[in-house]
Design a protein around this ligand. Structure first.
Ligand SMILES: [Zn+2]
Length: 191
């Protein structure tokens, strides 16, 4: 890992609730949502230089806490299973670096030091994976989610020197309907 990535990873990790709030978003740390340790042997280090936006592809669940959803996602991620009809191996951690819940609170996922995981066919190396809760082929992102996505994107662009052209959607990389048209339409406004 380069010093630059390490510095940026530490910066994100140490971003206090107050600092994040000043930049317009609320971060829920791994400690706060009760993450289990990541399994490092199953993950690959990388140098973040772009952003990929996803949806969870399941309906928004406002009554379930973000913390509980993250614990569930991590448990699913760390064991073998299926995504749709495709089998997935046990991953080292949640596949995404950030998860934007329906209320706009942002949970810290996989360490930025490691590339994400996917069940579609593209290289995740170099990409920061951001997922927004919902199925945006059928429903719309909330105003709070859009505001959080905008603030987080601005922060990551500055931190990693990411250019507008490297702000992308999952369907720019692989054959998928992710992140859904109701979210994808906001992409140009984030660049
Ligand atoms: Zn996706």
């Amino acid at each position: 890992m380069t010093i630059q990535v390490l510095a940026a990873a530490i910066l994100i990790a140490s971003l206090s609730m107050r600092e994040a709030a000043a930049e317009g978003f609320e971060l829920v740390t791994r400690e706060a949502w009760g993450a289990k340790p990541a399994i490092q042997q199953r993950m690959t280090e990388h140098q973040p230089s772009g952003l990929i936006i996803h949806h969870t592809s399941v309906a928004q669940q406002p009554k379930l806490s973000l913390e509980r959803k993250m614990r569930g996602l991590q448990a699913f991620s760390q064991r073998p299973g299926k995504v749709g009809k495709r089998r997935k191996p046990a991953w080292g951690d949640v596949p995404y670096h950030f998860y934007i819940g329906v209320s706009g609170r942002i949970a810290v996922g996989r360490s930025l030091q490691y590339a994400g995981d996917t069940n579609t066919n593209y290289s995740t190396s170099g990409w920061i994976q951001v997922v927004v809760e919902g199925d945006f082929t059928k429903e719309k992102p909330t105003q709070a989610q859009l505001a959080a996505l905008r603030a987080l994107t601005t922060h990551l662009k500055t931190t990693f020197g990411i250019t507008g052209a490297r702000i992308t959607a999952h369907d720019d990389h692989a054959s998928t309907n992710c992140p859904g048209s109701a979210l994808k339409r906001y992409l140009p406004t984030l660049r």
